[in-house]
Design a protein around this ligand. Structure first.
Ligand code: NAD
Length: 422
């Protein structure tokens, strides 16, 4: 597909395709199977007129890409961000396919996106847009078809509005249509923490393999949202020092450690970290290049690039975000050889794992304790790590390619066994 133009063509989609090809080469996948495993299955583009508080009507555009439906209902978050493109959503959907397959979930992969700066909207405007988006994708999703979840710019409240819209359409309460809901509406205990908790679990496990102790660990986190703040909190409780955090307004750096509670309170009150007094203000670009043990990109794609890969001063990159490292940066880092990477499809898989638990609890109308959730989560993470480590040794490849070899091979085998239709 790298040779063909598609509606998805874009730098981030090409990045995902190049990653796929490296894994497919190792697998010796034949051309026909390669193309249909790689290419997204289908997408919908929706136009959404929304009445703004001013009385004016604004038209928004949104997408839902279902990359793979061969291994179960599709699964993946919904992003609200001003820079969303169809190609980006397709790349994110592709990564969901490999991630679900890698950790052994009975799902395909999908992603959704709406071009909007949610920060500029009032709560009532955001509610109308969220409900309209769900209204438009209702014919294409469902608990057995495609189950959305939160991503950048969306949260439990947005999931609640969307679940309510879908349920009203059906005429009955259907919590299993979406995950990341509030606890009062069938959300799972531990889902808010899940992605960051999983990132922290992998960081601890790989640092242990590298022989680094908690007290000797400093951590810089780009993106102080759901994933970044929860990962920071979990690593702080483990004993690490969080020396840098950031959001869309810029970064805060403090080699003596940042007060996470104060930062969270400041962000809740001021809507961003801008002006937070707990450290030195840096740009996001500068923050990534500060010395630390662990660098956690937890915002958007393509922030570790050919420009800065040579300048990073960390020992471990834990990809909380999806697609933070460009293909060129991957190559530079591999040539450097002094920085390890925990790739996105492994590193942030805790989120979709607990989303799966939430869906199971909804389907069974039987709810688990937080201990049960975390215990089952940690077991699945440990199993995924062991299989990636073994595959990396077996093929003597990068950890990213090893994770993708596992994720991709399971999808392509299912497709080969099913035939041409799925
Ligand atoms: P979020 O909206 O809760 O937080 C995003 C954070 O990134 C915010 O602090 C925002 O200010 C910051 N940000 C936005 N633009 C930025 C920029 N240009 N530079 C620096 N920071 C910027 O989103 P989230 O759910 O935490 O998702 C973050 C990443 O993690 C995304 O890549 C997402 O796909 C991935 N992810 C999320 C989950 C999940 O469960 N939410 C699961 C797996 C992966």
């Amino acid at each position: 597909m790298s040779h063909h133009q598609t509606i998805y063509s874009s730098p981030v989609f090409q990045q995902a395709c190049n990653q796929f090809d490296a894994a497919a080469d190792i697998l010796g996948m034949e051309a026909g199977l390669r193309e249909r495993t790689k290419r997204p299955r289908r997408c919908v583009v929706v136009a959404m007129p929304v009445r703004m508080d001013s009385g004016k009507v604004e038209l928004f555009e949104g997408y839902r890409v279902q990359h793979n439906l061969s291994t179960g209902p599709a699964k993946g978050g919904i992003r609200f961000h001003q820079d969303v493109t169809l190609g980006e959503v397709a790349a994110l959907a592709m990564w969901m396919s490999w991630k679900c397959s890698l950790v052994g979930l009975p799902y395909g992969g999908a992603k959704g996106g709406v071009i909007v700066n949610a920060r500029d909207m009032s709560a009532t405007e955001l509610e109308r847009l969220s409900r309209r988006y769900m209204q438009e994708i209702t014919p294409f999703i469902g608990p057995n078809v495609d189950i959305p979840a939160p991503d950048v710019g969306t949260n439990a409240q947005v999931m609640a509005w969307m679940m309510d819209t879908y349920s009203n359409h059906k005429g009955y309460y259907e919590p299993g249509v979406i995950t990341g809901k509030p606890i009062s509406l069938g959300g799972s205990l531990g889902r808010t923490e899940a992605t960051g908790e999983g990132v922290a679990w992998f960081v601890k496990a790989y640092l242990e393999d590298m022989g680094v102790e908690a007290e000797k660990t400093t951590v810089i986190v780009q993106g102080f949202g759901n994933v970044g703040s929860e990962a920071a909190r979990a690593l702080y409780h483990w004993g690490a020092e969080i020396t840098g955090i950031s959001d869309f307004t810029g970064g805060i750096y403090n080699p003596k450690g940042i007060d996470l509670k104060a930062a969270a309170e400041y962000t809740a009150k001021n809507k961003s970290l801008k002006g937070f007094p707990g450290g030195e203000a840096l740009t996001n670009e500068q923050l990534l290049e500060q010395p630390c043990t662990v660098l956690i990109p937890a915002a958007l794609e393509r922030v570790i690039t050919a420009e800065n890969a040579g300048k990073l001063k960390c020992r471990l990159i834990a990809e909380g975000a999806n697609g933070p490292t460009t293909n060129e940066a991957d190559q530079i880092l591999s040539q450097r050889g002094d920085i390890q990477i925990i790739p996105d499809v492994l590193c942030n898989s805790g989120g979709v794992i607990v989303s799966y638990f939430e869906w199971l609890q909804n389907l069974q109308n039987y709810y688990w304790t937080k201990n049960e959730v975390f215990d089952k989560l940690h077991r699945m993470l440990a199993k995924a790590k062991a299989s990636v480590d073994e595959t990396q040794k077996k093929y003597n490849c990068s950890r990213r390619t090893a994770a993708l070899v596992l994720g991709i091979s399971r999808v392509s085998e299912a497709k080969a066994m099913r035939g041409l239709f799925p």
